[in-house]
Design a protein around this ligand. Structure first.
Ligand SMILES: Cc1cc2nc3c(=O)[nH]c(=O)nc-3n(C[C@H](O)[C@H](O)[C@H](O)COP(=O)(O)OP(=O)(O)OC[C@H]3O[C@@H](n4cnc5c(N)ncnc54)[C@H](O)[C@@H]3O)c2cc1C
Length: 438
């Protein structure tokens, strides 16, 4: 097929699977390699410890996956996903109050992370030129004369490829090795966000069985506690409770429920207080938001494509990680589709991926820095960014068009430029000036 005979993808998480869908259109054979065992069924796995926690797929991520694998949203629904109308079905508390209800004009799905990944894995494995190799750890990328030519496995054997993808997730072990081997040089930015999650799943009591409401409770600083409740497959809710700058919320059922009762959201507590917990409570700590500025690298091999958390991983509370990974895979596919050769793909891809991940980074870091628990020097534009965020929130309270725009920004289907353009841009600028003068 078109651009080469073989592509290798290291990591079969969300980013790796989306990248496989992209590359399968342009390479004769695509092999995905993961060190973890990959279940045939929908089940949690050790390689993605975060998988037990609430995972929201933003609209931009859903649309990217649809372009790569048409019909996947229907597959999610068939696997039990709840379809939720944004603005109506997901209640949002932030900036000290609940968002007014509206119809943002689009819906999203809600599933557990193992189910999203399981459906995606099933679709990608069914592609005729894709193979999945599990329980195989990769040790390093092999690089010759500045060109990535394949991978070396932990058993010392080598595999060659025309293009290689690094989708090894948050710990990015291959990147460290690449730098140690002298094949890459780039800056890394790390911000101590100090976030901890505890999560439980609940069987929905009969009285709530047909309800499809979710709640994102994100009280602003100085409050450090938050909660994310979503309806998922099998008539269950998943509830992640979080805290910044301290211990994780309790892992015992009683303590967990009491913690939920302390949130500014009696509606969340009312749902879970008598509900039966399914399985074990799980905890996850995320001390830092980390990004490797590979798009500004002074040295980076040809034919090596970084994707998802391996390049940039933000505070999960804003639900962007899977969407960034899938949008990067979609952008890669668009770039490949316009080429006759794979030469130069890295130079074209990195700035685009950098832009996608930087959008998520700016949105989340701007909120993180509002908390004293987030360590690090605030950037010079921090006060202005906060004023923009607070003004948008106020405009969203007062005007339905700004409410809808805010949801579109959060779901990454609209860019912040919309706040500077046309009649809405003028109204926004006037309000911003007013808020800064007062
Ligand atoms: C608590 C928490 C909650 C989150 N909530 C959300 C949310 O609501 N919405 C959202 O979009 N995102 C959320 N995220 C982020 C999301 O989980 C990640 O952004 C996403 O999983 C990134 O996908 P990935 O493919 O880059 O990495 P992963 O999905 O982590 O996959 C990496 C894969 O690489 C494999 N691997 C690693 N090293 C090797 C090696 N040497 N050889 C072979 N295989 C290897 C691993 O086994 C793993 O399968 C959350 C994260 C956390 C921590």
């Amino acid at each position: 097929m078109g651009l080469g005979s073989k592509a290798i993808i290291v990591g079969a998480g969300i980013g790796g699977l989306a990248a496989a869908a992209a590359l399968s259109k342009h390479f004769t054979a695509v092999e995905i390699i993961d060190r973890d065992s990959l279940p045939d069924q929908i089940a949690p796995r050790l390689g993605v410890g975060q998988g037990a926690h609430t995972h929201q797929l933003l609209k931009a991520g859903e649309l990217a996956l649809e372009r790569l694998l048409p019909g996947i949203t229907q597959d999610f629904i068939a696997a039990g996903a709840i379809s939720m109308r944004v603005g109506k079905d997901v209640k949002v508390y932030d900036f000290g109050g609940w968002m007014e209800e509206c119809d943002a004009g689009f819906s999203v799905t809600s599933l557990s992370r193992p189910a999203y990944e399981g459906v995606l894995r099933r679709r990608v494995s069914a592609l005729p030129n894709v193979t999945l190799r599990s329980e195989t750890a990769v040790r390093r990328f092999t690089v010759t004369d500045g060109n990535c030519t394949g991978v070396e496995l932990e058993d010392g054997s080598h595999l060659t490829a025309d293009i290689v993808v690094d989708s090894t997730g948050l710990s990015a072990p291959m990147l460290k090795q690449l730098v140690e081997d002298g094949h890459a040089e780039f800056q890394t930015e790390e911000i101590r966000i100090n976030v901890a999650y505890t999560t439980a799943r609940f069987r929905k009591p009969d009285a709530w069985r047909n309800e499809q409401l979710g709640f994102f409770v994100l009280p602003t600083s100085p409050h450090t506690e938050f909660g994310l409740l979503l309806p998922i497959e099998n008539d269950q809710w998943i509830l992640s409770l979080g805290r910044r700058g301290g211990d994780a919320p309790p892992r015992d059922a009683e303590g967990f429920k009491a913690y939920a009762g302390g949130l500014v959201a009696p509606d969340v507590y009312a749902r879970i207080k008598d509900a039966e917990i399914v399985g074990e409570l799980r905890t996850f700590r995320k001390p830092t938001a980390t990004r490797h500025l590979i798009w500004e690298a002074t040295k980076w091999p040809e034919a090596l494509i970084p994707i998802g958390d391996a390049m940039s991983s933000v505070n999960p509370t804003y639900g962007q990680g899977m969407t960034v990974a899938t949008c990067e895979a979609d952008a890669l596919e668009t770039l490949l589709a316009s080429r006759k050769t794979v030469d130069g793909i890295v130079a074209d891809y990195l700035p685009v991926a950098g832009e996608i991940s930087s959008r998520a980074w700016s949105l989340s870091i701007n909120s993180d820095y509002a908390y004293p628990q987030t360590e690090g020097e605030r950037p010079s534009n921090f006060a202005m960014n906060r004023a923009v965020a607070a003004t948008l929130r106020k405009m969203a309270d007062a005007h339905a068009d700004f409410r809808i725009l805010r949801y579109k920004l959060v779901h990454m289907i609209e860019s912040a430029k919309a706040l500077q353009e046309g009649e809405m841009g003028i109204r926004f600028f006037t309000a911003l000036q007013g808020s800064m003068a007062s």
